[in-house]
Each structure stands twice: as structure tokens, then as C-alpha cells.
Write a protein that binds this ligand. Structure first.
Ligand SMILES: Cc1cc2nc3c(=O)[nH]c(=O)nc-3n(C[C@H](O)[C@H](O)[C@H](O)COP(=O)(O)OP(=O)(O)OC[C@H]3O[C@@H](n4cnc5c(N)ncnc54)[C@H](O)[C@@H]3O)c2cc1C
Length: 363
């Protein structure tokens, strides 16, 4: 069985940055990604990032992926396994993965889980009809394969993802008929919402989907207004002739491997589902296992990258590899995270963190 110092599961922004920082510290890293390319969600993101220069603000997500992937390719300490899926973590610390129909068993000293998230769905009659997609699928069709998902779209969800994907649909020449959100307020940044509204797209808050209809695929959607107790208001139904419904109602951490590894898990609403308890060094209650990115709580690529660096530094240090400038870079990444989670927009992340954080003397 192959001995590995640090195994990283997931090649999204969190996993890529974890690999870079662990390798810079001197550890030998194996980075496992189930797709044939690295980058995770970044490769679908044709829009420019906000935030600070340290997290590549002003650069498109897909270009950030190229920058990080090039850095990985130039590191002698990182071995990348693409088309490889981590299947199981056993009690004795053995991990199995599958690559090209072959099983591989490894025993890493440390594991950083950076598997990201999966999309939530909505329950309504005919929600499995062709033409009804998650926002991630619509982005994959348009931005990776260059395929328009349809002609007329109803977007369900006015968070950042719903707003950004609506804008990308319009850029692709697709008619976005309306954006709905069950909440009384738009969840996404108002700068995105204003841009959408200026293009004449109505954003209907306090509305949800009642049903979908069509012969072989989606043709109509019926939506309804909700009252203050989130109940449908009779007589408020509206009909939309659409061939695509894009459901963008949130993400859940992809945390199955953490359950398998026996990490203590907790339902944290602010983080989108079950997440592992973790120390400030991103170590879980299983001392072999660290986390970074959306798997520890739904946030953004900017914080996923910073958490990745922190987890990479801490995991490497725990097996005796200290980054040459550990103190300086560790403090700097922590300050970046604090800035990303500051202010009103970070309220729910700070609330989630207060439920998921546990104490540990040092890593
Ligand atoms: C439409 C949209 C727009 C966004 N815009 C922004 C933005 O402007 N700014 C911003 O900061 N954030 C943005 N985000 C959020 C951001 O993309 C995510 O927060 C970020 O990608 C999370 O990074 P991650 O590395 O944790 O997960 P991911 O990017 O999801 O990567 C996880 C990786 O793990 C792999 N994986 C999962 N399970 C396994 C397994 N068992 N074995 C092997 N590999 C596995 C997956 O294939 C994937 O490549 C946006 C998200 C979306 C969907």
C-alpha cells in the first residue's frame, strides 16, 4: 500500500490552495480529483471576482483556476490524480480510491477533505421533468460545453448564484422571464440584482413554484405568492411559458467522507447542512483529518482558497514540515479570512462558526 504524507480530496479552489501551501512547507502531497480537470466550481465561472487582490479580485474564476493549476504543475512535491474518486475512509486510516476502473489503497498521514458542495432542490409536482436543472448544470452546459439550455428560463432563487447565472444566461442570448425567491428579501448582492433589474427582468420576492407542466418536457411553470407565514396566497398564481427552470436554492456541504471518518458532525443551518466540528486550524475531531472550503460550510471561493492555504500549512506542520515563513503567512491568511467574514454579509458565517468551532491548544 502506498504511503502518502498528505492526501487532498478535491481539486477545487480549497484543495488547490491546500496542496500549494502544504507543498511549499515541504510535505509530499497527493491531490485527488474525480473530474479530468482541476478547478472545481471555478472553471464554470466566467465572471470576475470581487473582494481583495489577494483573492484575485477582478480576475475571472476560470482564469484563477488556470493560475492555481499552473502553480500545482510546477511543484515537485505535488502528485495529481485526475479522474480519481475517493470512495471510502476506514477506521485504520486507509483510504480507497477508484481511477480508471482500478481500486487504489493509500494510507496518508494527514487528509484534507475539500470536496465542496452539492445543490439543493425544491419539492413540487413534476420537479423531475426534462428542462428543470440545478444552476450548476446550467453553468456546466453553457460555460463548459457552450450549449444553451433552452430559450425561455424561469430562475428560482435570488441568491448570488441565481443572479449571476441569470446574467450569464442573458449574455448567452437566453430570455430570462423572471427570478423568484420565497424569501421577502433578495439574498444576493444588490449590485448583481440592480444589474439584472436594469435589464428589465422582474425579481419576485415572496414567490415560489407551485407546479411544472409539459407534454414531454417543461412547457409551463405556475408560481404563487407567499404570505407572511410562507403559505401560498390563493388567487395569486402566475403562469410562465418556459422551457427551462433553473433551481438555485442553495448548496449543502458534501460531507459523506467526514461521516465515514467518524468526525463529529453538527447540523449548522448557517452552513447549509451537516458540517464537521473543527479547531481554528481546520482540524476535525479525527486528528488525521482536516477540512477546507464549502465542505466545512457554504461560503465563497475567496474564503475556500484562504482556508485551503491554512489547512495545508497546519496539516504539514502537524507532521513536521513548517513553512519557512509560517508565522507571517499564517497570520496573514487568518486576517484575510476575518476580513472576508466581516460586516453584515458575514453575519451568518460568524454565527455558523460559533456553533462549529472547537478548542485545540495547537496544531
Ligand atoms: C454560479 C456560482 C457563482 C459563484 N461566484 C462566486 C464568486 O464570484 N466569488 C466567490 O468567491 N465564490 C463564488 N462562488 C462560490 C464558489 O464557487 C465556491 O464557494 C467554491 O468553489 C468552493 O470551493 P471548494 O474547493 O470548497 O469546492 P468546489 O469548487 O466545489 O470543488 C470541490 C472539488 O472536489 C471534487 N470532489 C468531490 N468529491 C470528491 C471525491 N470523493 N473524490 C475526488 N474528488 C472529489 C469535485 O469534483 C470538485 O472539483 C460561486 C459559485 C457558483 C455555483
Amino acid at each position: 500500500m502506498k504511503h502518502i504524507e498528505i492526501l487532498i480530496v478535491g481539486g477545487g479552489p480549497a484543495g488547490l490552495c491546500a496542496a500549494i501551501s502544504a507543498a511549499q512547507s515541504g510535505a509530499k502531497v497527493m491531490l485527488v480529483e474525480r473530474h479530468d480537470h482541476l478547478g472545481g466550481q471555478l472553471i464554470k465561472q466566467t465572471h470576475m471576482f470581487f473582494g481583495s487582490e489577494k483573492q484575485y479580485a477582478g480576475t475571472r474564476g476560470i482564469d484563477i483556476s488556470t493560475i492555481l493549476t499552473d502553480e500545482i504543475a510546477n511543484s515537485e512535491n505535488i502528485e495529481v490524480l485526475n479522474n480519481a474518486t475517493v470512495l471510502a475512509i476506514y477506521e485504520d486510516g486507509v483510504i480507497t480510491l477508484e481511477q480508471n476502473h482500478k481500486y487504489i489503497k493509500v494510507k496518508p498521514e494527514r487528509v484534507i477533505i475539500a470536496t465542496g458542495a452539492s445543490e439543493k432542490s425544491l419539492a413540487f409536482p413534476n420537479n423531475d421533468m426534462p428542462g428543470i436543472y440545478g444552476a450548476g448544470a446550467v453553468q456546466t452546459l453553457m460555460n463548459i460545453h457552450g450549449v444553451k439550455p433552452g430559450h425561455n428560463v424561469l430562475m428560482v432563487g435570488a441568491g448570488n448564484i441565481g443572479l449571476i447565472v441569470s446574467y450569464q444566461l442573458m449574455q448567452a442570448g437566453v430570455n430570462v422571464k423572471a427570478i423568484l425567491d420565497a424569501s421577502p428579501k433578495i439574498g444576493g448582492y444588490l449590485v448583481h440584482a440592480s444589474k439584472i433589474r436594469r435589464m428589465g427582468i422582474p425579481i419576485l420576492t415572496r414567490h415560489t413554484v407551485l407546479k411544472a407542466d409539459g407534454k414531454d418536457s417543461l412547457e409551463h411553470a405556475t408560481v404563487v405568492e407567499l404570505d407572511e407565514r410562507w403559505q401560498p396566497i390563493p388567487g395569486s398564481e402566475k403562469e410562465f411559458d418556459v422551457d427551462v427552470m433553473c433551481v438555485s436554492v442553495g448548496l449543502s456541504p458534501l460531507s459523506e467522507l467526514l461521516f465515514q471518518a467518524g468526525c463529529e458532525m453538527k447540523m449548522v443551518r448557517e452552513f447549509g447542512g451537516y458540517v464537521p466540528l473543527r479547531t481554528e486550524h481546520l482540524r476535525t475531531t479525527n486528528p488525521q483529518i482536516y477540512i477546507a472550503g464549502d465542505v466545512g460550510g457554504i461560503e465563497e471561493a475567496s474564503s475556500a482558497m484562504v482556508e485551503g492555504h491554512l489547512a495545508g500549512l497546519a496539516a504539514a506542520k502537524s507532521i513536521g514540515y513548517e513553512h519557512p515563513e509560517f508565522e507571517r503567512v499564517y497570520v496573514d491568511y487568518n486576517e484575510q479570512l476575518e476580513a472576508l467574514r466581516a460586516g453584515h454579509a458575514g453575519d451568518h458565517i460568524r454565527a455558523g462558526m460559533s456553533k462549529a468551532l472547537i478548542k485545540e491548544a495547537s496544531c
